[in-house]
Design a protein around this ligand. Structure first.
Ligand SMILES: [Zn+2]
Length: 269
């Protein structure tokens, strides 16, 4: 599933080819994604893309009259292809911009292409999203305040998109290892000092994944760059029974909120 780093890598890959350029044509080959692609997107032809932003795992294309909201769902990817490139079976949506085509491939069709004429931050899918982990708004003070009185585990808290957006299972596990925090720790019991450590760990983990994804990109497909990186370098994720890379103790696996969590019982307290 595309995670925040892959969406950010996609954003950085496509933005230079879209911003300041006019949309020449729109093609909808299969409107039945997670939600039906609205017919109104066809009238985007002629609009100039002003910016390509990201909020959580949503990409927001400012088209002047409104915003195109894109989500990659479970299996989606965006790539830039040359005009005339024959679409594959799962290539459901095209935006012809400048001398390129931005093409959405989504085999499982859980992705989304939506249109809003309101500020995208007010959209029903976006307004409840939590703090952006790579923004300055995510800091020791804000995390400590958000987590205060929360009875849930810090792992589940981190993965709750209404609190902090886009920290998936891999990134939560890896960040908690880097911060030396046991995943079962109650969120409300996290000290300010440990909140600061966790903030640094989350940011550095996500940045490393973005960097790895960016360097392994071809055609700006945010597919599995981050995943490849973590398969090779993960501290704890998916390493149950293997030796901790720091202290040699076997990594443990537990299930929290129906998701697997991996941690070192010595390094994480
Ligand atoms: Zn260890």
């Amino acid at each position: 599933m595309p995670e925040l780093p892959e969406v950010e890598v996609t954003r950085r890959g496509i933005a230079p080819h879209l911003v300041g350029r006019a949309i020449a044509a729109v093609a909808v080959r299969e409107p039945r994604l997670r939600w039906r692609i609205p017919a109104s997107v066809r009238s985007l032809a002629g609009c100039v893309v002003r910016s390509v932003r990201r909020r959580g795992k949503y990409l927001l294309l400012d088209c002047g009259d409104g915003h195109l909201i894109l989500h990659l769902g479970m299996s989606g990817s965006l790539r830039l292809v040359a005009p005339g490139t024959i679409p594959g079976k799962h290539d459901h949506f095209d935006l012809a911009v400048g001398n390129k085509i931005l093409r959405l491939r989504d085999p499982r069709r859980f992705g989304a292409v939506l249109w809003t004429t309101e500020p995208p931050e007010a959209h029903a899918l976006i307004r409840h999203l939590g703090v952006e982990p790579l923004s300055t708004a995510f800091n020791a003070g804000s995390l400590h305040a958000l987590a205060r009185a929360q009875r849930t585990s810090i792992k589940q808290f981190l993965m709750d998109g209404r609190r902090v957006v886009g920290v998936g299972n891999i990134y939560a596990s890896e960040s908690l290892f880097l911060a030396g925090i046991r995943p079962q720790t109650r969120a409300g019991r996290l000290s300010r000092a440990r909140s600061a450590k966790l903030v640094d760990a989350v940011k550095s983990t996500l940045r490393a994944a973005i960097k790895a994804g960016g360097s392994s990109l071809r055609d700006f497909v945010g597919s599995d760059g981050a995943q490849g990186y973590f398969q090779q370098c993960a501290w704890v994720y998916d390493r149950a029974g293997q030796d901790c890379r720091r202290c040699g103790t076997p990594i443990r696996r537990v299930v929290q909120g129906q998701r697997a969590t991996y941690y070192c019982p010595v390094c994480q307290r």
